[in-house]
Design a protein around this ligand. Sequence first.
Ligand code: AHG
Ligand code: MN
Ligand code: MN
Length: 347
Amino acid sequence: MQQTEIQRANQSYRLGITITEHLLLCEDECPAATGQFTRLLSELIISAKLISREVNKAGLADLLGATGNVNVQGENVRKLDEFANQALIHRMERSGLICAMASEENADIIKIPDNMPKGNYILAFDPLDGSSNVDANASIGTIFSIHRKIEQEECSSLNNFLRYGYEQVAAGYFLYGSSTMLVYTAGKGVHGFTLDPSVGEFLLSHRSITMPERGTIYSVNESYTEFWDDRTRNVVNYFKSSNNKRGKPYTARYIGAMVADFHRNLLYGGIYMYPADRQDPHKPHGKLRLLCEAAPLAFIAEQAGGAATDGSQRILDIKATELHERVPLFIGCKEDVAKAMVILRGA
Ligand code: AHG
Ligand code: MN
Ligand code: MN
C-alpha cells in the first residue's frame, strides 16, 4: 500500500531519524554535506538547543525585556537577542569550522580569535528573529546562511560576505514555537526536524517540504500602507480582493516574526511581504537584511518550489554590497510572487 506524505512523516518521526543520521545518509547525494558540513550543522544545533532552553524559561529567569543597548540597526537589543548572539559566537568560534561570521547584532565582521583554529565556512546569522515577540511568548527563530570562503581571500575579507544568494552552500532556521524546529536546505530540497525534548534530538518530521503553486495567505504589516507607493498598494489589494485568481480574498496572517510567518506560509501556502517604505527615511529599502534574513529564506523558498523577489529581481541574484544591506522582500508561493512582480512592474 502506498503511503501518504503525512504517513511517511509520522513513521519517520516515530522511528526517530535524527538530523545527524539524515545528514550522513545525504552525504553521498548532497555535495555540501561533507563531514565538515555535518559538524557545522551539529554546532549550530547545539547553539539552538541552548537558545531554545533559554527561550522556554525566559519568563522565569529574568530573560525578558531590553538590555538598554541599541544595535547597529538602531533597534533595541533584548536580553534574549544578546544571549542568542553570544551562544552562537561562543560555539562557532571554537568549532574550527568557520573562517569568519556576521551577525545582525554586530556592526562588523566577527573574526575568529588568533588562538582558535579556522575552517572554510562563512556564516551569517540573525540570532533571534522577531525578538519583539519574546515578552508575549509568541514564536521567534534563528536564521543562518552558509557560504564557502573564497579561496584567494583572507578570512576577514568583506568579499567573503558580499556574495550572491545563489552561492549559498546551505541555509536554514530554528523556530522556537509550540515546538522547536530546524528547517534547512543544502540545495537538495527542504527538510524539517522537530526537537523531541524527551530524547534531546531533532527528529525528521517534515521530509522534502514543497509549497503549493498558489497560496491562500498574505502576510504584511498593513499599518505602513500610507508609506507605500501605488504599485505596492496594488499588490496588497490584489491579495485582498475577490477579483484575484483565487476568486476570494486571501487570509491575512502576520505574526511579526518573519521566520514564523515564513514557516507558516511554507507549510500552508502564501506570500510574505516587507516592501520598501519610500516615505520613511529609515526604510527606503524595507527593513529586512539581505545576508541574514532575505537570502537564506529565499534559498529555502526556491528549494521548496516557491520564489522570492525584491520586486524587480530574484533575491538570490542580488550581490550584496554591504554587510547590513536591506532589501524589500516578497517571498512565498511561485504564482503569488510572480503576480506581485507583475503588479510591481506596473504591467
Ligand atoms: P528582528 O527581530 O531580527 O529585528 O527582525 C524583525 C523583523 C522580522 O522578523 C519581522 O517580520 C519584522 O521585523 C516586523 O517588522 P514590523 O514590526 O515593522 O512589521
Ligand atoms: Mn530578524
Ligand atoms: Mn534579530
